[in-house]
Write a protein that binds this ligand. Structure first.
Ligand code: FES
Length: 164
């Protein structure tokens, strides 16, 4: 069954595979590419159709369930990751999270009702001196207090409204 991966993802998969003498060793980077394309790894998503890097199903399932960075369910369109490790937690990371929860009417670990935003606690984002740190999709935001969280939430809402 096809995963309907984008042509550019399939091209990247073909390229990545060339770096591995043992094709099965490409499982981890290929799963990253599938998740980047689809937003999560579905039960059949661990299989990269038509590609020779297939690991046995039990191994793919083991990788997907072992690493917390792999999602097995679809999430909101925008992914808001709030660092909860010590430096960020001590500087107000939990308060920032509560602020986002109120703004989007959801709880950490869940998506907003309109599917626009998914909130998640993550561990250290390697910017401990400038916490609390929030990552929205691939963009890092430092020194996020509740005022900055409000501005970020307003920006996310404005971008969502533009798409409608
Ligand atoms: S503790 Fe938050 S970035 Fe390191």
């Amino acid at each position: 069954m096809s995963l309907n991966l984008k042509p550019e993802t399939l091209a990247r998969i073909d390229e990545v595979i060339t770096h591995y003498r043992v094709k099965r060793s490409a499982t981890l980077p290929l799963l990253h590419l599938v998740q980047e394309d689809q937003g999560y790894i579905s039960s059949r998503g661990g299989r990269v159709d038509r590609r020779p890097a297939r690991a046995p199903a039990y191994q793919r399932a083991g990788v997907v369930t072992f690493y917390p960075m792999f999602r097995q369910q679809p999430i909101g369109r925008r992914h808001v990751k709030i660092c909860r490790t010590l430096s960020c937690a001590l500087n107000g990371g939990y308060k920032v999270c509560e602020h986002f929860e109120k703004e989007f009417g959801t709880h950490v670990g869940h998506s907003s009702a309109d599917g626009e935003v998914h909130l998640e606690f993550v561990e250290c984002l390697a910017s401990c001196g400038s916490g609390p740190v929030v990552m929205i999709d691939d963009d890092l935001h430092e020194n996020v207090d509740t005022a900055k969280a409000a501005a970020l939430a307003a920006q996310l809402k404005a971008e969502a409204a533009q798409r409608r």
